[in-house]
Design a protein around this ligand. Structure first.
Ligand code: AMP
Length: 518
């Protein structure tokens, strides 16, 4: 049997992973200079956290999350699945089958109770008791009068079904599709609002979304993100967050990146705009695709995200949110633009930039990069002032942040020619058993000085050794044979040009160290 990575996930191998490390280190370095500290978050969270924050009408929550029940009660779950949410047919056969499943469902629950595995919450205890009573009644009727009164039996099944649906076997959890919700959860859980000043956090790691895989879009992908939480929503903070993002972009030499900004209003002005948008969309409903038609009801803003060519002329004529901002939002947006200009940050406004997640308000921004085809957004972010309160934290806390799609950033960097440098500094070619103790000691010494060293476990003919050193991409070969041992020296060969010299250990170290900075 041959195993392969699951569709939509992939391995990142050296030397490419070296480039990833460099990029991640650049993020750490740059974010540090802006006062951000790393937060390490769990990979899974209660499903409810994402449903609440990201929003039920988003693609992420409605169809892309990896969600599962976190318990070991498989048998109960299987029978629960067989009896739940089924239309009760009044056929005798179907009533008999339901009766059997119910019995088995309860039997499995009793078994798990004996093992103390069943969650004895008041709700579960009550539901099981009612289920038992209803089943008892059902069986009594069947024993006394058979399946004559099917209406009564069906309604008892109905009762049992809803009780069964109310039984919770464990937590429902989800592999995180994004990390802002987790950061806010942690912020509230640890009472971080009591910390002085703004709380500035960054994270990096994998996210999971069941999307259709294509170039730049994976089911396990990586993000580097930063969040600023605190009492102020001053636009200078928005501008500084964007400045930090661009400092990172510059540090990793991402060329051709473009910044787009927008304001999507707040709870005072957005609802009226959304209603207006809905009204306009209803007028052109017939010309829209199925997705956009659905979104007229669920989330009209998302129509602006549409990439369908035939919808573009229609969308172009829709009202712009900038014309419908309340005074406070308009002033906030104007000040953001002033703050960006002050920092000499170039941007383009994109009135259609609404972002797919529910929690955003006012400032939204995105960065695109070349070389990525249709999936050209490498970073998305925005302000989310209501989110802390929505998740049960103090209402006064405001927030802003972004998430960089690391996979796409890497693709763009690689398209532009970035390659991981060869990691191997020194290959030690040795012959003769007497040489071995000397080369083991040398390898250790060089490694203590941070050189990466390859030491073959067995002696090899010099020709073979040097050819391997070449193929491994080593920068230097150090050659140790009888002559070198006798002279207490090492021969070092620079593989790029064949330059070769004999040096004592201290000189060798100095020579290699100098070559590192050259
Ligand atoms: P979002 O959390 O949807 O705002 O995404 C932020 C950034 O993460 C995007 O701009 C992308 O660069 C990246 N991203 C989102 N989904 C995926 C995916 N499925 N595969 C790769 N990168 C992604």
């Amino acid at each position: 049997m041959k195993f392969q990575a699951i569709k939509g996930v992939r391995d990142i191998l050296p030397p490419e992973s070296g480039l990833w490390n460099r990029v991640e280190q650049a993020a750490r370095d740059v974010f540090h200079t802006y006062g951000y500290g790393e937060i390490r978050l769990p990979i899974f969270e209660p499903t409810e956290l994402f449903a609440r924050s990201v929003g039920l009408d988003t693609d992420i929550v409605s169809k892309e999350m990896y969600t599962f029940a976190d318990h070991q009660l498989r048998d109960i779950e299987v029978f629960g699945g067989m009896i739940s949410k089924r239309r009760v047919s009044k056929e005798e056969l179907s009533l008999v089958a339901m009766q059997t499943y119910m019995r088995e469902f309860l039997r499995q629950i009793d078994l798990s109770r004996e093992d103390h595995m069943f969650p004895e919450t008041p709700e579960n205890v009550a539901a099981v008791a009612e289920l038992k009573t209803a089943l008892h009644q059902f069986e009594k009727i069947v024993n006394e009068e058979g399946f004559r009164d099917k209406d009564v039996l069906a309604s008892l099944i109905d009762v049992m079904q809803s009780q069964a649906d109310g039984i919770h076997l464990g937590d429902v959890i989800t592999l995180r599709p994004e990390a802002t919700a987790s950061v806010v959860r942690a912020y509230i859980e640890h009472g971080m609002h009591t910390r002085p000043g703004n709380v500035k956090l960054y994270y990096m790691g994998p996210m999971f979304r069941r999307e259709r895989p294509q170039k730049g879009r994976y089911r396990q992908f990586y993000q580097i993100g930063a969040e600023l939480l605190g009492p102020s929503d001053h636009p200078a903070l928005d501008a500084e967050v964007i400045e930090m993002l661009l400092a990172f972009v510059a540090r990793v030499n991402l060329t051709g990146a473009k910044l787009y900004i927008n304001s999507i209003g707040d709870k005072n002005c957005r609802p009226a705009y959304v209603e207006r948008l809905r009204g306009e969309l209803q007028k052109v409903r017939d010309k829209l695709g199925a997705d956009s038609q659905r979104r007229i009801e669920t989330n009209p803003l998302r129509v602006l995200d549409s990439k369908l060519p035939e919808e573009q002329p229609i969308i172009d004529k829709l009202p712009h949110i900038a014309d419908h901002l309340c005074d406070a939002c308009r002033e906030h947006y104007a000040e953001l633009k002033r703050q960006l200009a002050l920092r000499k940050i170039e941007y383009q406004e994109n009135w259609r930039l609404v972002r797919g997640l529910d929690y955003y308000m006012r400032t939204t921004f995105e960065i695109t990069a070349p070389g990525l085809g249709s999936q050209n957004a490498v970073c998305g972010g925005g302000r989310y002032d209501g989110l802390v309160e929505l998740l049960g934290g103090p209402a006064a806390t405001k927030g802003i942040g972004f998430a960089i799609g690391t996979d796409r950033l890497m693709l763009s960097l690689q398209e532009a020619g970035a390659a991981a440098k060869c990691a191997l500094d020194v290959y030690i070619a040795w012959m003769g058993v007497q040489a071995y103790p000397a080369v083991v000691a040398l390898a250790r010494k060089l490694r203590e000085h941070d050189f990466s060293v390859e030491l073959p476990p067995q002696e090899m003919k010099f020709g073979k050794s040097l050819s391997l050193a070449d193929r491994l991409g080593a920068r230097f070969a150090v050659i140790v044979g009888e002559d070198e041992l006798a002279a207490r020296q090492f021969t070092v060969k620079r593989l790029a040009d064949g330059d070769q010299r004999r040096l004592a250990e201290a000189d060798l170290l100095e020579y290699l160290t100098k070559s590192r900075t050259a």
